[in-house]
Design a protein around this ligand. Structure first.
Ligand SMILES: Cc1cc2nc3c(=O)[nH]c(=O)nc-3n(C[C@H](O)[C@H](O)[C@H](O)COP(=O)(O)O)c2cc1C
Length: 165
C-alpha cells in the first residue's frame, strides 16, 4: 500500500489537474492510500472553474482534511508516507513552502516532507513568472522538492511507482 498526500491549492485553470490526478490514482494506482487536503481558496475555484464541490473530490480520498486541521496526523514527521503532490500549487503556497511558513495543513505537510527527506512534487500553475516565483522555485528545489510546471501531462503508473510525466 502506497500512502500519498495530495494537496490542491487555488491555481485557477490548474484545479482540473488536481481533479484528473485523483481520478487517475483511483483508477490505476489501486493500492494507494490518498490523504487529501483542498485549500479554502481551491474549494471556491473548484466550484467556479469546474462546478465541483469538495465532497466530490473527497470520494477519491481515503481521508480528507480541512486546511486548518494542523493537528492532523499528516502534520507530523511520524506519519510515514511515500510522497506528497501539490497539484496545482499556487504561487502563494510555493512561497510559503520556500520560506518555511507552515500556517496551514498543506504547507505544514510539505515542510515535513522536506525535513524528512520525502518526495515532494509541486505542480505550479502561473504564467508569466516573476523573479520572486523563480527564486522560490530555486529555494524549494535546493531543499529537495521537484517543481513541475502544469503542462498537458500524461500520468504513468510504473512498477511500484506513481509518476507524473
Ligand atoms: C479565479 C482565481 C484564479 C487564480 N489563479 C491563480 C493561478 O493561476 N496561479 C496562482 O498561483 N494563483 C492564482 N490565484 C491566486 C491564489 O488563489 C491565491 O494566491 C490564494 O491565496 C492561494 O491560496 P492557497 O495556495 O492556499 O490555495 C487565483 C485566484 C483566483 C480567485
Amino acid at each position: 500500500m502506497r500512502r500519498i498526500i495530495v494537496g490542491i491549492t487555488g491555481g485557477a485553470s490548474g484545479v482540473i489537474y488536481g481533479v484528473r490526478f485523483l481520478e487517475m490514482v483511483k483508477k490505476y494506482a489501486t493500492d494507494s492510500e490518498i490523504h487529501l487536503i483542498v485549500s479554502n481558496t481551491a474549494i471556491g475555484i473548484l466550484k467556479y472553474e469546474v462546478g465541483l464541490d469538495k465532497a466530490s473530490l473527497s470520494k477519491f480520498a481515503d481521508r480528507s482534511y480541512d486546511e486548518n486541521e494542523l493537528d492532523a496526523p499528516i502534520a507530523s514527521g511520524s506519519f510515514k508516507h511515500d510522497g506528497m503532490v501539490i497539484i496545482p500549487c499556487s504561487m502563494k503556497t510555493l512561497a510559503s513552502i520556500a520560506h518555511g511558513i507552515t500556517d496551514n495543513l498543506i504547507t505544514r505537510a510539505a515542510d515535513v516532507a522536506l525535513k524528512e527527506r520525502r518526495k515532494l512534487i509541486l505542480v505550479i500553475r502561473e504564467t508569466p513568472l516573476n523573479l520572486i516565483h523563480i527564486k522560490n522555485m530555486e529555494l524549494v528545489t535546493l531543499a529537495g522538492a521537484i517543481v513541475m510546471p502544469a503542462a498537458p501531462p500524461r500520468f504513468i503508473i510504473g512498477r511500484g511507482l506513481l509518476m507524473i510525466w
